[in-house]
Write a protein of this length. Structure first.
Length: 289
């Protein structure tokens, strides 16, 4: 009886600590290199912070949570272009009072024709009966601009590393570790990023300008030289120090200049992130199970 009472108290405490489940959807659009069917390769990086999940006691000093993630991509007419359900089971914890519970992340690459879509992500806490579901929706427009252009800028938690591997985390000869939600927490002193340049003039070095800014006017800048590749997109990977920037939101601009003296803007794109030196920021990824 005493053991049962203890279990009930523990479960009640865990339920009180758990809030609505959270879901972060980071979407990056790259061009499909298939010349026959024009379209895009969409990368969806999904992160579920486990602090918001309820943990169930499975054995003495053994607690675990479970989340069900549903991904849907809907066409403009409401019909389905993609549907998948993934179950996430974070590692068993011996103590649920641990302040930092590692998030669970996974990456999906989906090929889609150009057009307008809606991305819908749903996360459900499988150990809760009420307030256990959260839905996140994002518009998704896929199109190829004319002339030189940059794909979406992906914010990374560590430098893009040269890699010859062929998996979901490799792109353009680099291995990429994303910063979920564009969040940089304590210990982060640089913003790392990756994008790809298309349709740039071949045979001449171009100037790439990186500009990091915050709402209060603080900024950091850097320049690099880039020589476009023929017949394929050119990878652009870099970093900027965030030391002089205050906490809060920031905007990263990546711009490519060419022409006489490399003064003509050929292409540009931006990404928005968040810096909080006092908070923990999720990083890394886990394989869905």
């Amino acid at each position: 009886m005493r053991y049962l009472l203890t279990c009930l108290i523990v479960l009640a405490a865990l339920a009180a600590q758990a809030g609505p489940p959270q879901l972060l959807l980071d979407v990056a659009r790259f061009r499909n290199l298939n010349k026959v069917e024009k379209g895009a390769e969409v990368e969806i990086y999904v992160t579920v912070p486990t602090q918001s999940l309820m943990y169930r006691q499975r054995a003495p000093k053994a607690f675990q949570s479970s989340a069900l993630v549903t991904l849907d991509i809907l066409k403009a007419d409401g019909s389905s272009a993609y549907h998948e359900v993934i179950t996430l089971k974070p590692p068993v914890l011996t103590d649920t009072t641990i302040a930092i519970k590692n998030p669970q992340s996974f990456l999906k690459r989906i090929m889609l024709p150009d057009g307008k879509y809606t991305l819908r992500g749903t996360v459900k806490d499988q150990y809760r009966s009420t307030g256990s579901e959260t839905v996140v929706e994002k518009p998704l427009v896929l199109e190829a601009p004319t002339g030189p252009f940059l794909t979406d800028v992906v914010l990374l938690s560590r430098p893009a590393a040269r890699s010859g591997g062929d998996d979901n985390f490799a792109r353009g000869g680099y291995r990429l570790t994303r910063a979920p939600g564009g969040s940089y927490g304590r210990g982060a002193d640089n913003v790392f990023f990756y994008t790809e340049l298309h349709n740039a003039p071949v045979g001449q070095p171009l100037r790439v300008h990186y500009h990091l800014t915050t709402p209060d006017g603080s900024a950091a800048d850097a320049d690099a030289t880039l020589t476009p590749q023929s017949g394929r997109p050119t990878s652009v990977a870099g970093q900027l120090p965030m030391g002089p920037l205050p906490d809060g939101p920031f905007t990263l601009f990546v711009e490519v200049y060419g022409g006489p003296g490399n003064k003509k803007l050929l292409a540009g794109h931006r990404a928005i992130g968040e810096h909080s030196a006092a908070e923990y920021a999720p990083a890394g990824a886990a394989v869905p199970r």
